[in-house]
Design a binder for this molecule. Structure first.
Ligand SMILES: Nc1nc2c(ncn2[C@@H]2O[C@H](COP(=O)(O)OP(=O)(O)O)[C@@H](O)[C@H]2O)c(=O)[nH]1
Ligand SMILES: [Mg+2]
Length: 193
């Protein structure tokens, strides 16, 4: 895979409240998790992932934050759809979150995904995950051609989700640029004929 550099990659986290978005972002950027839960409005953090400079945008699912969220989704290179892998009900709204993301773009088909998309199941507490929740999360990701990953909030696996996003951004970029080359070649061929 060629690593075509760009100045900064933008990763936007969306999902229900209290699924662990802010904890993930804090763990990645500052190495620790906030002691108390505080609802997010919208926060932007800058950090390095796999030698790449990354802007991480932590959103709120609240109605009041909708315009902020939508404008962030427009600029996203990658979107993380986050659910709680220990609470099956947290997968109920994945489609709603995806629909909102789709609504800010002219998304014609899977091949034209407007950004790299990763569904992330977060285990916030020690103990087993809910197998049903993980199954739902995986099925949802598969249905929409997205990646899926499980992480544990209090482990280094959180970073791996962001690393996977960076890989996916670069893969998608490679795919789009090779398709563009093919289209140009095809166009030339048609002109000659
Ligand atoms: N702040 C905080 N929340 C924790 C911790 N461990 C588990 N949680 C749970 O994680 C949830 C809050 O996560 P947060 O990342 O703020 O959710 P967000 O709304 O998706 O951003 C709450 O349900 C907490 O009970 C911890 O060490 N700190
Ligand atoms: Mg939050």
């Amino acid at each position: 895979m060629s690593r075509n550099k760009r100045n900064v990659y933008t990763i936007v986290l969306i999902g229900d409240s209290q699924v662990g978005k802010t904890c993930m972002v804090n763990k990645l950027c500052y190495g620790s998790i906030p002691i108390d839960y505080e609802p997010t409005i919208e926060d932007l953090h800058t950090t390095i992932v796999l030698t790449e400079k990354v802007e991480v945008i932590d959103t709120s699912p609240d109605e009041m934050a909708q315009s902020l969220r939508k404008s962030s989704l427009k600029t996203a290179d990658a979107v993380m759809l986050v659910y709680d892998s220990q609470n099956r009900r947290s997968t109920d709204n994945l489609f709603w979150h995806l629909e909102e993301f789709r609504s800010v773009h002219d998304w014609k088909s899977f091949q034209y995904l407007p950004a790299a998309c990763l569904v992330v199941g977060v285990a916030k507490h020690v103990g087993p995950v809910d197998a049903g929740a993980v199954e739902d999360g995986k099925k949802f990701a598969h249905l929409w051609g997205m990646g899926h990953l499980n992480v544990r909030l209090k482990s280094i696996s959180v970073r791996s989700a962001f690393e996977k996003c960076v890989f996916m951004i670069e893969e998608r970029r490679d795919f789009l640029s090779s398709r563009q080359v093919q289209e140009v070649q095809h166009g030339k061929c048609c002109t000659i004929l």
